[in-house]
Design a protein around this ligand. Structure first.
Ligand SMILES: C[S@@+](CC[C@H](N)C(=O)[O-])C[C@H]1O[C@@H](n2cnc3c(N)ncnc32)[C@H](O)[C@@H]1O
Length: 252
């Protein structure tokens, strides 16, 4: 891919970019509020013992609580979106008082020439053995970039032994669809698609569900899923999973 088309992809992005920042600007304090409360509660409960946090898919940090971020000594933020660093700094006041030290990376640690490449992340993480890792609404975006499901599953499987050596968490799109109001802000644990089909049937609404390929990758039938009204006309169902290392095993 040449530089111009790469910039085009990053700027508009299938998974973020300008349109996502505009939606955040428009809805973050209103429509997104119940979803952001769920993310906040999840991250507060997870709060890992590591003093450094790596965030993959940081974007403008529109769904991340500032208090949670400021509780770390160091943030390592990864997103290829050329606007994301500036917006993240503004949203969270990263130059302000009490702000953690931070580093921004626009390099791609997931894909090489468009293909999943687990070594990229494994080797990069090896240089940061004492950092916790947050996949911040990125795993469900990966099939939009490369729809090779087997390659995604293999990539995730190869990462597992390395993830087990640090605290990590993910919240990720499970399903999305047009419409969605009024659904409750959380769905009960258990299979989600039948629930949505029943709901749409009762309301006599057309329903075309996009599967983001994460429900089998990160099975979390024990957890309730969150309903994120991204816009008045677009809903995402978001899953979450976390692992917290025993504090005595973490070097600070
Ligand atoms: C849905 S957004 C993430 C939202 C963000 N965590 C927030 O709180 O607003 C997905 C992000 O993943 C980013 N992304 C796409 N490919 C990526 C990659 N290979 N590594 C890291 N981030 C990537 C996109 O640029 C986009 O900003």
């Amino acid at each position: 891919m040449d530089e111009r088309s790469r910039f085009h992809v990053n700027f508009w992005g299938p998974t973020g970019g300008l349109l996502y920042h505009l939606k955040a600007w428009r809805y973050r304090k209103t429509l997104w509020s119940p979803f952001l409360k769920s993310v906040d509660a999840f991250l507060t409960t997870w709060r890992p013992p590591e003093t450094e946090l790596i965030i993959i898919g940081a974007s403008g940090g529109h769904t991340l609580p500032t208090n949670f971020l400021f509780d770390f000594d160091k943030l390592t933020l990864v997103d290829p979106d050329p606007m994301a660093k500036f917006i993240f700094q503004r949203v969270h006041g990263l130059h302000g008082k009490g702000s953690p030290e931070y580093q921004w990376h626009t390099s791609d640690f997931i894909f090489s020439n468009g293909s999943f490449k687990s070594r990229l992340l494994i080797d990069w993480l090896a240089e940061r053995p004492n950092a916790a890792l947050l996949f911040s609404n990125i795993l469900g975006q990966l099939p939009l970039i490369n729809d090779d499901e087997d390659a995604l599953v293999a990539w995730w499987a190869e990462l597992q032994p390395f993830l087990a050596q640090r605290s990590w968490a993910s919240y990720h799109d499970l399903f999305s669809f047009a419409g969605g109001q009024p659904l409750p802000s959380q769905l009960p644990p258990g299979p989600i698609a039948p629930l949505l089909i029943e709901w749409a049937g009762e309301k006599k609404l057309p329903l075309e569900i996009v599967d983001h390929g994460t429900s089998e990758l990160l099975p979390s039938s024990q957890n309730s899923a969150w309903v994120w009204l991204l816009t008045p006309r677009q809903t995402h169902i978001v899953g979450h999973q976390s692992y917290r290392r025993t504090p005595s095993l973490v070097k600070t």
